[in-house]
Design a protein around this ligand. Structure first.
Ligand code: FHN
Length: 420
């Protein structure tokens, strides 16, 4: 009998069927860097002396700033300390494999040289340069993938764009006109003038039926057939599945997917938000996403002067140092065969289980219950030191060293023969 397909079932069937021909790099990548950077970064979560909390990139909406007043802030937006090579090198040092940056967020401001609107960084600011071009080149030069975020429906600057209800009457808006006059022409600019894009990251869909969304996708595909489109294009379409913001699936998920977290609480720069996740948290989120078969895309919010917050830079580098030693247990892995345990998570490569140990049991004995695998050896990934293990019934017991070499996440490799 027919029943409504759940989102999970829909993506399950998609992953067992026809996937995008260029999906494998994404599945292997595991670690992406998201960058929210716009006019909102210049405001930093403050408007007329009042602090706003939550998401800095929503300040125009939160403070109900009229379009004309918001536009005026561009006159003093001058990110003169922006350095594309520094950002790209930081990503590289952090072990990042792909970078996605906001070309236009809900505020409607283009962070690149757009001919479609003068509300862009080249025409409206004293900076007068196109940082996206520099960043795209710097990222690709270092062997990482590059993509653009584009808010395809919400546009608080355009009278026909979604969700500005303080200046415009939502019921009078012509969304089709917005797509025709702004979103599609701008996406075409981004997909024509910035070299090969690995990802186009859509966000908060609206105003299009499923058929119209498919047409929208098809017309853009022609420009960059190899580029992956995120699922937030809407209607269950797109090439890989994005979870909700700061959402990690509870169980392993088949097919290509991504979990999206931000480094502090805001996506866009917010002066008064210091709630940065520690390297330990970042590394464990990364390992957890990999253990369930997906990627982590971690966001940073550079400020209005063009600098990535010091804590983001420091903690990303520390994550990169961990990956230098332990990258084998993350990149190119698939979901763990051993489900999440009280001590941590696991990832897989053929014949190997990587045990990501977060908590050393008091007894020093690590339990893997219901393990049918034919264990051959177990050793620490960092230094290759073998560790003792034994089997009792269905369980494997591993004798951990007195101290774990890395309190954030110590990886042990369990090699096994035959089928698991
Ligand atoms: O509303 C946005 C938000 O500002 C931010 O860009 C996040 C990032 O995933 N996406 C939207 C909400 O899902």
């Amino acid at each position: 009998t027919a029943h409504a397909q759940t989102m999970d079932e829909m993506w399950e069937s998609r992953s067992s069927g026809k996937e995008h021909a260029n999906i494998q790099w994404f599945k292997d990548a595991k670690f992406g860097l998201f960058i929210h950077w716009g006019l909102y970064s210049h405001l930093g979560g403050e408007w007329k002396g009042k602090r706003y909390y939550g998401s800095g990139e929503w300040i125009m909406n939160q403070a109900k700033i009229p379009v004309r007043e918001y536009e005026a802030t561009a006159a003093t937006f001058n990110p003169s300390r922006f350095n594309a090579d520094e950002w790209a090198q930081l990503a590289k040092d952090a072990g990042i494999k792909y970078v996605v940056i906001t070309a236009k967020h809900h505020e409607g401001f283009a962070m690149y040289d757009s001919k479609v609107s003068t509300f862009d960084i080249v025409d409206a600011t004293p900076f007068k340069q196109d940082p996206m071009k520099l960043l795209a080149d710097a990222v690709r030069k270092r062997g990482m993938h590059f993509g653009f975020y584009y808010s395809q429906f919400q546009d608080w600057h355009n009278p026909n764009g979604g969700k500005n209800t303080w200046d415009f009457d939502e019921s009078k808006k012509d969304y089709q006109k917005y797509y025709r006059q702004k979103a599609i022409p701008q996406l075409k600019e981004l997909m024509s003038n910035y070299g090969d894009l690995s990802i186009v990251w859509f966000d908060t869909p609206g105003g299009l039926s499923k058929e119209q969304t498919q047409q929208f996708i098809d017309s853009l595909r022609l420009l960059q057939p190899k580029s992956l489109f995120s699922s937030r294009v809407g209607h269950g379409l797109g090439d890989y599945r994005d979870y909700g913001d700061s959402e990690m699936p509870a169980m392993p998920i088949n097919g290509a997917w991504e979990s999206i977290y931000t480094h502090n609480d805001s996506w866009g720069y917010m002066k008064h938000d210091m709630n940065f996740k520690t390297p330990e948290t970042i590394i464990r989120l990364l390992a957890e996403a990999a253990s369930k078969g997906g990627n982590l895309m971690l966001n940073v919010g550079p400020d209005g002067s063009g600098r990535i917050p010091a804590y983001s830079a420091q903690f990303l580098r520390e994550t990169g140092r961990w990956l230098q030693v332990n990258g084998e247990s993350i990149y190119g892995t698939t979901q763990g065969l051993i489900p999440q345990q009280p001590w941590g998570v696991t990832t897989s490569k053929p014949g190997k289980q990587y045990l990501h140990v977060w908590t050393r049991p008091r007894s020093g004995k690590l339990l893997i219950p219901n393990a049918n695998m034919q264990v051959q050896k177990v050793y620490a990934l960092a230094d290759g030191q073998p560790v003792k293990w034994h089997k009792r019934g269905d369980a494997i017991w591993i004798d951990l060293p007195i101290t774990l070499s890395d309190a954030k996440n110590t990886v042990f490799v369990l090699e096994y023969a035959g089928e698991a």
